[in-house]
Design a binder for this molecule. Structure first.
Ligand SMILES: C[S@@+](CC[C@H](N)C(=O)[O-])C[C@H]1O[C@@H](n2cnc3c(N)ncnc32)[C@H](O)[C@@H]1O
Length: 271
C-alpha cells in the first residue's frame, strides 16, 4: 500500500474540514474564477474549495488520493445539485489521465504539499494547466508560530518515529527558495511565481479548542499516528497537553468556540 494514501485514508478529513468551510469559501471567492472556467482542485479532500468554486459556476474536477474523501466529495456534489463538480481518485505526483493544458486554474489548498515527490507535483500541476492559466497553492509555513498546522505537525513529529530516509518534509512547500526552485524545474521562471502570506481561519461556533484537538486526534492521519506512537511510550497525555495548549493559545474566541487564524503561503504561478 502507498504510505501517502494509507496516511490520509486512515482518518476522515471531513471532520477537520468542518472547521474550514467558511474560510474555504472565502478563499474560493478570492480566486476570481468566472462561470464556465475549468478548475482542477488537487488534494481537494471532500471539497472545501471545490464546492464553492462549482457554486460560482466553474466546471470543477477534484482529485484526491484518499478514496473515502472522493466518495464524500461526490456525495456532497450530488446533494448540492452541482452537476459540474466531480471528484476522482488520483495522485498529485502523477495526474494520470488528466490531459495537458486542460485547466484554467489548477488549485491545491494544503493538499499537494503532502505528496511525496514535490518536483513531480510542480511539473504535473504546470503540465495540466492551460497556457495563460494559473496554478494556485496554499501551503503551511515551517517555523512560523502563527502557521497553526505547521506547529501542530511539528509537535506531532516529536512523538512519531523518524520518517524513512529520503522523506521530504511537506513544510518545504512553505519556503520561498524551495517554491521557486520547484517551479523552475517545471520550466517556470521566478518572475511568474508570486508568493504572499495569507490567513486561513479554522472556526466553529459549537466546539472549543480542546474539542478541535480531539477531532485531530480521532480523524487526522498524522495526529492519529503521533497518538498511536505516544500511547506505546506512555506519552499520550503529554502530547495532548501540548496540542491543547497550542490551540488554546492561538484561539481568538472563548473556550466554547474556535476561531484560530493560521498563516499560510499563497503561491500563484502564471503558466
Ligand atoms: C489537509 S487535507 C486538505 C483537503 C482540502 N484541500 C481542504 O482544504 O479541505 C490534505 C488532502 O491532501 C490529500 N493528499 C495527500 N497526498 C496526496 C497526493 N499525493 N495526491 C492527491 N491528494 C493527496 C489528502 O488525502 C487530503 O485530502
Amino acid at each position: 500500500m502507498n504510505p501517502n494514501k494509507a496516511l490520509w485514508e486512515k482518518g476522515d478529513f471531513t471532520a477537520v474540514a468542518a472547521f474550514m468551510r467558511d474560510s474555504g469559501e472565502a478563499l474560493a471567492r478570492s480566486l476570481g474564477v468566472s462561470a464556465g472556467q475549468r478548475v482542477l482542485d488537487v488534494g481537494c479532500g471532500d471539497g472545501t474549495t471545490a464546492l464553492p468554486l462549482a457554486r460560482l459556476g466553474a466546471d470543477v474536477l477534484g482529485v484526491d488520493i484518499a478514496r473515502n474523501l472522493v466518495v464524500a466529495g461526490n456525495k456532497r456534489a450530488v446533494e448540492a445539485g452541482l452537476a459540474q463538480l466531480k471528484f476522482q481518485e488520483g495522485d498529485a505526483c502523477d495526474l494520470k489521465g488528466v490531459a495537458d493544458g486542460s485547466f484554467d486554474l489548477t488549485l491545491s489548498i494544503f493538499g499537494a504539499m503532502f505528496a511525496p515527490r514535490p518536483l513531480d507535483v510542480a511539473r504535473q500541476m504546470v503540465r495540466v494547466t492551460k497556457k495563460g492559466g494559473r496554478v494556485v497553492m496554499g501551503n503551511w509555513i515551517p517555523n512560523d508560530p502563527t502557521s497553526f498546522v505547521s506547529q501542530l505537525l511539528k509537535i506531532c513529529s516529536a512523538f512519531t518515529p523518524p520518517p524513512p530516509e529520503g522523506f521530504i518534509s511537506p513544510m518545504l512547500w512553505g519556503v520561498e527558495a524551495q517554491i521557486l526552485e520547484r517551479f523552475a524545474q517545471a520550466a517556470v521562471p521566478a518572475e511568474r511565481v508570486k508568493m504572499v502570506k495569507d490567513t486561513f481561519l479554522f472556526s466553529s461556533g459549537e466546539m472549543g479548542p480542546a474539542g478541535f484537538i480531539d477531532v485531530f486526534r480521532r480523524f487526522y492521519g498524522p495526529t492519529m499516528n503521533a497518538f498511536d506512537a505516544a500511547e506505546k511510550n506512555g506519552k499520550s497525555n503529554e502530547l495532548l497537553g501540548l496540542l491543547v495548549d497550542l490551540a488554546v493559545s492561538q484561539n481568538k474566541a472563548g473556550n466554547a468556540s474556535t476561531s484560530i487564524p493560521a498563516t499560510f503561503m499563497r503561491v500563484t504561478v502564471e503558466v
